[in-house]
Design a protein around this ligand. Structure first.
Ligand code: ZN
Ligand code: ZN
Length: 369
């Protein structure tokens, strides 16, 4: 499989944006968020902007990327600045040539410094703040993006299977984390989606625990939250492994979280609001009496970034649509004891949903030593 999505998918995305630019009465949009530039062009480097106009596109980049640009976005019109040229001045010149009267800028990511400098260099161009245009397109994944996410889930599973089989009580959180990343890369991943969380016992109460020198054998369970980047797209999973005889408390809490997670997954379907899905899972934990121990939203979108829209949380009225991919990850946390979280990646389909990640989640005594 080639690393880059088909150029036609990219030009379709830019055409959608072109229609929006017209509808909103703008003459062009300057895309400065690098992830958005990647989404629209396939270019994976940074320090580059994309100018989208009604008649074409211009990728503004620099010489270091010349070869990569040829490989990743053949056919795209380029403006390449040399070593002596400054990004701001070069961008201003490109804009001067394009002559938009009303230029959309990405207000969520453009720095105030860049905005002010552009305004000063181009007094005749009106800068119009836009928000979330490209992010809105990114919400709905196409076939290829779904395929890539599937692969990211598969790579995460294969790496986890190997690590799970190798666990010993002497291993530290850090070693397990390193091993997961190493195995993922061996299977072909570009890397991990984020620093792997390996949290033994009470450390699992921290939703974003960083791995330490604590040994797996120091408690009777370990929480692992990991994901893989297959080149562009991310996966994000969490499992809890029992590393000794399962205590009644662990069994009980795990059962509640699993039931909650299954209820959340079951609620994922087109038309359901993000809040409703959160509520379906939250209700199970509330009913079991642990509501105040579930202190975060149920899930988030994944894609080119590990956290993107939509958010499954209270107050989120957005309705799910086919092609969205979200995590479903309820948890129960006790500061002195630890935390249980179970996380899978779920695709919204026309008929309802499909769970893309396939790591077993029955609570088994696994291993060790
Ligand atoms: Zn996670
Ligand atoms: Zn997550």
């Amino acid at each position: 499989m080639s690393l880059m999505p088909a150029p036609s998918a990219m030009s379709d995305r830019r055409d959608k944006l072109r229609r929006q630019i017209k509808q909103e009465g703008l003459d062009a949009l300057l895309v400065t968020n690098f992830v958005n530039v990647t989404y629209l062009t396939g270019f994976t480097g940074d320090d580059s902007y994309l100018l989208v106009t009604p008649t074409g596109d211009l990728l503004i980049s620099d010489q270091r990327y010349s070869t990569q640009l040829e490989e990743e976005c053949p056919g795209l019109e380029l403006a390449i600045r040399g070593p002596g040229s400054k990004m701001l001045e070069f961008t201003a010149k490109a804009l001067e040539r394009a002559r938009p009267r009303r230029l959309g800028i990405e207000a969520d990511s453009m720095t105030v410094a860049l905005r002010n400098a552009l305004a000063e260099a181009l007094p005749k161009i009106e800068l119009v703040a836009t928000s979330g245009w490209v992010e809105e397109l990114r919400l709905i994944k196409d076939k290829e993006e779904i395929q890539r996410t599937r692969r990211a889930c598969e790579l995460a599973r294969r790496a986890f299977d190997v690590v799970r089989a190798k666990l010993t009580p002497e291993m530290t959180e850090q070693q397990v984390s390193n091993e997961l990343e190493y195995q993922a890369r061996q299977f072909g991943a570009k890397g991990v989606s984020f620093e792997t969380i390996v949290a033994v016992g009470p450390r699992a109460a921290l939703p974003h625990a960083r791995p330490t020198g604590r040994h797996i054998g120091a408690s009777d369970f370990t929480l692992i939250d990991w994901g893989v980047n297959e080149g562009l797209y991310m996966s994000d999973l969490t499992r809890v492994l029992a590393t000794a005889k399962i205590s009644p408390k662990l069994r009980k809490l795990y059962g509640v979280v699993l039931k909650s997670q299954l209820a959340g997954i079951d609620a994922v379907r087109p038309g359901a609001t993000c809040e409703e899905v959160d509520q379906a899972a939250r209700r199970v934990i509330d009913d079991a009496g642990y509501g105040k121990h579930f202190g975060h939203g149920l899930g988030h979108g994944i894609g080119l970034e590990i956290h993107e829209a939509p958010r499954l949380a209270q107050g989120q009225q957005r309705a799910l649509k086919p092609g969205m991919i979200v995590t479903v990850e309820p948890g129960i946390y006790f500061p002195d004891w630890g935390g249980i979280r179970i996380e899978d990646d779920v695709l919204v389909t026309r008929a309802g949903h499909e769970v893309l990640s396939s790591v077993p989640k029955e609570l088994d005594e696994c291993l060790v030593g």
